[in-house]
Design a protein around this ligand. Structure first.
Ligand code: ZN
Length: 120
């Protein structure tokens, strides 16, 4: 598995990825029965949760989703390497080269984007 494209942008402090995901979320919520509460599982290698919430309130202002209580279940990145190295990295420290063997570890967790509530 390759590190997804969004990760590099996010590392640069760019909001594009978050904006994209927020718009996806709003589009998806508009198809579901939303009773003022939404729960999202979000990988922090994919998007910064604080930025995500800020951008969500920006785009939902003045819309039906303005008062939706958005709950984020954050999933921290985990990298694994062929040599057996494994690390749970805080969001800013996604390992790009293995400290043990210099290889490129695989990002096995941290890119989740799953709407848990409301159900489909
Ligand atoms: Zn390694």
């Amino acid at each position: 598995m390759e590190i997804p494209d969004g990760t590099a942008e996010w590392k640069k402090g760019c909001n594009m990825q978050e904006t994209d995901l927020v718009l996806q979320l709003i589009e998806e919520l508009s198809r579901r029965e939303c009773n003022g509460h939404a729960k999202l599982r979000l990988g922090t290698a994919l998007a910064d949760p604080d930025k995500f919430k800020d951008i969500f309130s920006h785009y939902s202002r003045g819309t039906y989703f303005e008062n939706v209580d958005l709950e984020l279940e954050e999933v921290y990145p985990v990298v694994q390497c062929q040599c057996g190295y494994e690390n749970t990295a805080p969001s800013a420290d996604v390992v790009s080269s293995c400290p043990q063997c210099g290889g490129v570890p695989e990002l096995v967790q941290g890119t989740e984007f799953d709407i848990l509530e409301p159900g489909q």
